[in-house]
Design a protein around this ligand. Structure first.
Ligand code: LLP
Length: 438
């Protein structure tokens, strides 16, 4: 974790900000996002892809982490934005994100969401199914608008990753599958809709991938499809979007490749097959989410109760848990942590980090070696920038944490901590209900 250092006090520093001071100033649990590292990751992906193939673009997958300030960073770094819901689109609109740079995803977009996208002139709609194609057909007619469309294809490639987050196999709720002629039928239908301008295809083979090979294989499958579409309909694909999935390091066991390795395999395969099949190399897009924000996030907790069961286990409880990090409970995800106020102390005991939710499964880390742990210590869990805030819940009526951005020694509050009033703000009292129904 290259943005983490230890200062003279022996405290953990995140981009030059003392983590203990951040915890004191903003309270815990606290999501800390390193703006410098987010920007660096944006640039690495953009520049590496560009150097391999200039006609390319990086689409940041907002589902990993989206706030208005994140939209601003993405805008300034010149990336595109992948949104999957009206809510994510609304955030982008409110943040002043250039909407022609938005790709609208989702396997069950509603009529209202599609209407919103068309009215705001969203750049591309990634169509997932026939139901959506039909809705687009009638909506574009009604609104007298044209939609630039990519069709989501299920290439049938299984990336090496956790079962629950595999989305590329044939038996999937996402996209048009290749094998049974479904994808070809979708092309024919899209080409026949007046309000739809088909520009290319999209696919996504999974998440937290550590190998380059699946990307090369996907490129091959997609280019062969591009060729058959050309042969059958004379259609020239101008854009191919290969989705995200580039792995990051959570613990020492994770061995992600350098972004260049994934992208090189991908681009070289596209070019090789373009040459072999005699089709033009399309514009190449990728959609990283985790790789942009994951390593840039740290969650700070205060340690409270410590339950030592002699010869069995020492449970160390923090003031958050599955409400701010569902990933261990949902995927068995593993994490590393540091005691922020003892960052220079050697490890001494093996403990397990428990959340505060009323579920035995609410464990953040099993068996981690830390310096001597005491109540009041500040625990920093690393690599929590992706799919943490965006997947947070109010389970057990726990308010969602605040988000602080840090950058070269400066910190600023980006999202306030939720309050108890926030938890009740949509509840209607009996009196209000009576007034409303009369
Ligand atoms: N594009 C599409 C169409 C996607 O479905 C996804 C992720 C991405 C891009 C971004 O993938 P990334 O680069 O972040 O791997 N909640 C899970 C991950 C689910 C990913 C879903 N789709 C987790 O916490 O690991």
């Amino acid at each position: 974790h290259k943005n983490l250092t230890v200062n003279k006090k022996g405290h953990l520093e995140i981009s030059g900000c003392d983590a203990v001071e951040l915890a004191n100033k903003y309270g815990t649990p606290l999501y800390v996002m390193d703006e410098s590292l987010i920007r660096e990751n944006c640039r690495i992906y953009k520049n590496e892809l560009h150097s391999l193939h200039p006609d390319s673009g990086v689409i940041y997958a907002a589902k990993a982490f989206i706030t208005m300030s994140m939209c601003k960073i993405v805008k300034e770094e010149g990336l595109f934005l992948d949104v999957v819901s009206g809510g994510e689109l609304y955030t982008a609109i409110k943040a002043g994100f250039p909407l022609e740079r938005v790709y609208f995803h989702g396997n069950n977009k509603s009529y209202e969401e599609l209407k919103m996208a068309l009215e705001h002139r969203v750049g591309h709609i990634v169509v997932d199914n026939f139901y959506e194609l039909e809705m687009l057909s009638s909506l574009t007619r009604k609104l007298k608008k044209k939609a630039k469309v990519l069709l989501r294809i299920t290439p049938g490639i299984e990336a090496h990753t956790h079962d629950y987050i595999k989305t590329g196999q044939i038996d999937s709720k996402f996209g048009f599958s290749l094998e049974n002629g479904m994808a070809m039928a979708a092309v024919e239908e899209a080409l026949n809709i007046k309000g739809v301008k088909l520009v290319g295809f999209h696919c996504h083979i999974g998440s937290q991938i550590f190998e380059a090979e699946p990307f090369a294989l996907t490129a091959e499958v997609m280019m062969k499809f591009v060729n058959s579409v050309k042969e059958q309909y004379g259609f020239e694909t101008s854009q191919l979007d290969f989705g995200g999935g580039f792995g990051i390091k959570y613990t020492e066991d994770d061995k992600p490749l350098h972004p260049r390795e994934y992208l090189k395999a991908l681009v070289e395969s596209v070019k090789k097959w373009a040459n072999e099949l005699n089709v033009t190399v399309p514009r190449i897009m990728i959609e990283p989410g985790r790789a942009i924000v994951g390593p840039a996030g740290v969650t700070l907790y205060t340690i409270g109760a410590i339950k030592d069961i002699p010869n069995v286990r020492k449970y160390v409880c923090v003031d958050g848990g599955m409400s701010d990090n569902i990933r261990p409970a949902l995927y068995g995800a593993k994490y590393t942590a540091i005691i922020a106020n003892k960052a220079n102390k050697p490890p001494k005991e093996v403990v397990s980090i428990a959340g505060k939710c009323c579920e035995s499964g609410d464990m953040l880390i099993w068996d981690i070696k830390l310096p001597e742990v005491e109540s009041g210590d500040i625990l920093a869990v690393l690599s929590t920038g992706a799919y943490h805030y965006s997947m947070a819940s109010n389970y057990n009526m726990i308010p969602r944490p605040a988000i602080v951005f840090v950058k070269e020694g400066v910190s600023w509050l980006s999202v306030k901590r939720e309050t108890y009033e926030d938890l009740l703000k949509n509840e209607i009292s009996e009196e209000e209900e009576k007034v409303a129904s009369h």
